[in-house]
Design a protein around this ligand. Structure first.
Ligand code: ASP
Length: 422
């Protein structure tokens, strides 16, 4: 059986085992192999990979003009895709109005009691969200700049992608400008980059088993019961994501001139890893491999465009942020801390801040939930209400992360076509 098929078999078996309700010992082992070993190994290589891949990408370009040609097209495409994602999410959440359906009255009435219970269960995540609750949009801009302009060794040690990207871009352009003198350094970077990809291949060799473990432990700890009250919300997010994937595939067809089917086949491994790990940063090595090997996008483009996309191009997260906050306003609007009128102004604020929040979200599990605080603060929604959606967040994170990874591949394919490299 081919490796890709084994991967999907691992997912299905993992879900089946998780639904059966494995014992605590089995969940412990699954968590050890899936989270500690597999996600740990991917995280181990991601910081050096971003550094070498951006450096190798930039230094393989023939001129600064070519870098600029690739750079502005990639940024524009990421921005358009993010804005379209939020728009699709807003259309779905306003049309379906999940916050007005289901057990709305019961949730509103029993909110304080439920909140205490959720808070106990989700203590750590709640602490994170509450800490981020003090963030204003101004603080967020300052915080992002602080992450970008920082000691590169510190950025590497703490896997701060923005800091690594900024330093790598600066260093890469410097190597380009120096020219002849930089040759030995460029050759060393190429060697290191190739070695990082080899390590990725080794890690991916065991991925069907690791993915089985990840899905089994996730399904076992977030059983189907949690979907009861939030069913309409989950349906809205999934419909929005499905529609947005349709938009991304249209971009592949129209701008990238590639058949959507070949595209999906080419990235299925990255998609599956993103789905199971819920981290686009951890998936980055696999994304680069798939886009280069299967979709035949030249390295000079993938090496540069994909790491940037994994850090700032998060269309799945953008869509989700908008849907979640509007849903919470629909559900809790009028209660203390949620005295908000859901009109045009609120919707526009949600649109703008959701784009910003998605750009600022780290490419790790649950990050979207934390930056959502920015959107909630902007419209005056008490961040305590976000606790309601904790229960289904891990499940939805699988879908938004795989969409985040998909848009990195879409933009790489499109930029390769637009610059005549494919
Ligand atoms: N888990 C997502 C990612 O890594 C970010 C999010 O939580 O939305 O892309």
């Amino acid at each position: 059986m081919r490796h890709q098929n084994l991967l999907f078999l691992g997912m299905i078996l993992g879900a089946a085992v998780g639904l059966i309700g494995p014992s605590d010992a089995v969940v412990w082992w699954c968590d050890l192999f899936g989270t500690t070993i597999f996600i740990g190994a991917l995280k181990m290589i991601v910081a050096p990979l971003i550094l070498f891949s951006i450096l190798a990408g930039i230094t393989s370009l023939s001129s600064q003009k070519e870098l600029w040609a690739i750079g502005w097209r990639a940024m524009l495409l990421y921005l358009i895709a993010t804005a379209v994602a939020v728009m699709i999410g807003l259309i779905f959440v306003l049309a379906i109005a999940p916050g007005h359906r289901g057990a709305r009255d019961e949730i509103r009435a029993s909110w304080s009691e439920r909140r205490a219970e959720i808070a106990r269960r989700e203590g750590v995540r709640e602490a994170k969200v509450e800490a981020a609750g003090r963030l204003t949009p101004k603080d967020a801009i300052k915080e992002n700049l602080r992450q970008i302009i920082t000691n590169p060794f510190d950025a590497l040690a703490s896997a701060n992608s923005l800091g690594i990207i900024f330093f790598a871009a600066l260093f890469g352009v410097a190597l380009m400008v120096i020219g002849e003198k930089a040759r030995p350094a460029v050759a060393a970077i190429e060697g290191c980059n190739a070695a990082m990809l080899q390590v990725t291949r080794w890690i991916m060799w065991g991925s069907p088993f690791f993915i089985f473990c990840l899905i089994a432990s996730l399904v076992a700890t977030h059983g189907p019961a949690v979907f009861h009250t939030l069913l309409w919300y989950v349906i809205t997010v999934l419909l929005g994501i499905a529609c947005h994937v349709g938009f991304l595939l249209t971009l592949v067809r129209v701008v990238g001139r590639m058949s959507p089917l070949s595209f999906l086949k080419g990235i299925r491994r990255a998609w599956a890893v993103a789905f199971a790990t819920r981290s686009s940063a951890a998936t980055l090595p696999v994304t680069i491999e798939c886009v280069e090997r299967e979709l035949k996008v030249p390295r000079k483009i993938v090496d540069f465009v994909a790491p940037i996309g994994a850090t700032i191009g998060m269309t799945g997260t953008a869509l989700y942020e908008g849907v979640a906050v509007i849903f919470l306003i629909q559900l809790f609007g009028g209660l203390p801390g949620a005295e908000i009128h859901l009109g045009a102004v609120t919707t526009v604020i949600v649109f703008l801040t959701a784009v910003l929040a998605a750009v600022g979200a780290a490419a790790v599990p649950d990050a979207g939930l934390v930056t959502m605080v920015l959107v909630a603060n902007a419209v005056g929604l008490d961040v305590q209400y976000i606790a309601l959606i904790f229960a289904v967040d891990a499940f939805l994170d699988m879908f938004r992360t795989s969409t985040n990874v998909m848009d990195d591949a879409v933009v790489s394919v499109a930029v390769a076509r637009l610059t005549g490299a494919r």
